[in-house]
Design a protein around this ligand. Structure first.
Ligand SMILES: NC(=O)CCC(=O)C(=O)O
Length: 262
């Protein structure tokens, strides 16, 4: 399964500029020889972290991003892990991840369950009311977690128990905690024996510098690819999904679990 992972600098508070950047990126990446099957976008990529302005900037019920991604998915026949966007609904603003398959169908939608206090999300956003579940693309079970969710092993484990072979992390993770960003992703890959694929942003907003360092980690915990910390970049990589059952057989963590104890 060929992946293209997007690491960009967002234009804060300017959805039109970000749609245009992402559209150009999609067209460019679909012209590469790798012909990706799946593209991955970062967190809150339409607006960036302009939280106080979200009542004016956030779309309603994914009314702009969903048709935008559906059009690109169909045009290029590519699956889109569409990052997340600020999404107004039911009187709140959610940080909502969305996945669109290559036919342009919305196959998954998830509201960030763990809002990040260090970026003041709880003051402006509404937390999701359910944990994520797996979805399927080309018959492969997968999951999405949004940035701070990475710190909660319960979510990753629950997705793995549902059969996820790939966990996607869509993020705007700050540079100040780069050590955690890397270590937690490697940990989630090792403990769940699955691929971890992340898309983070670069640049600075409101005094917060973002870490870049988007990553791909295999089910053994080896880092297969990692972007730089301060430049826009695309990671192009092919995942060997048969590695997942192989690692799970060699180190049979799932059958050693004591679900009678916890
Ligand atoms: N956007 C985020 O959720 C950032 C998470 C973060 O800063 C952290 O976990 O540290």
């Amino acid at each position: 399964m060929n992946y293209a992972i997007c690491q960009i600098a967002l234009v804060p508070g300017n959805p039109q500029a970000n749609y245009s950047k992402v559209e150009q990126w999609v067209h460019a990446v679909m012209e590469t020889e790798e012909k990706p099957d799946i593209l991955v976008l970062p967190e809150m990529w339409t607006t960036g972290y302009t939280l106080p302005d979200l009542p004016q900037l956030a779309e309603h019920h994914l009314e702009t991003t969903l048709p935008f991604l559906q059009r690109l998915a169909k045009q290029h026949s590519v699956h889109l892990i569409g990052g997340s966007v600020a999404n107004q609904r039911d009187g709140g603003i959610y940080n909502t991840a969305l996945v669109v398959n290559k036919k342009g169908e919305l196959v998954y939608e998830y509201d960030k369950a763990h809002l990040v206090p260090m970026l003041n999300e709880p003051a402006y956003l509404t937390e999701g009311r359910s944990i994520g579940h797996v979805f399927e693309l080309d018959g492969i079970k997968m999951g999405v977690m949004i940035c701070y969710d990475l710190r909660f092993p319960e979510l990753a484990r629950s997705l793995a128990l549902e059969g996820a072979q790939v966990l996607h992390i869509v993020a705007e993770w700050p540079e100040a905690r780069t050590t955690h960003w890397q270590a937690l992703q490697v940990a989630r890959a090792i403990e769940n024996q699955c691929y971890v694929v992340s898309s983070n942003v670069i640049g600075t907003y409101d005094g917060v510098e973002f870490a870049g360092s988007s990553m791909v980690i295999d089910p053994w915990g080896d880092i297969l690819a990692q972007a730089g910390k301060d430049k826009e970049e695309t990671l192009l990589i092919s995942l060997e999904l048969n590695q997942v059952p192989k690692v799970r057989k060699d180190v049979p963590v799932f059958s050693s679990r004591r679900s009678d104890l916890y």
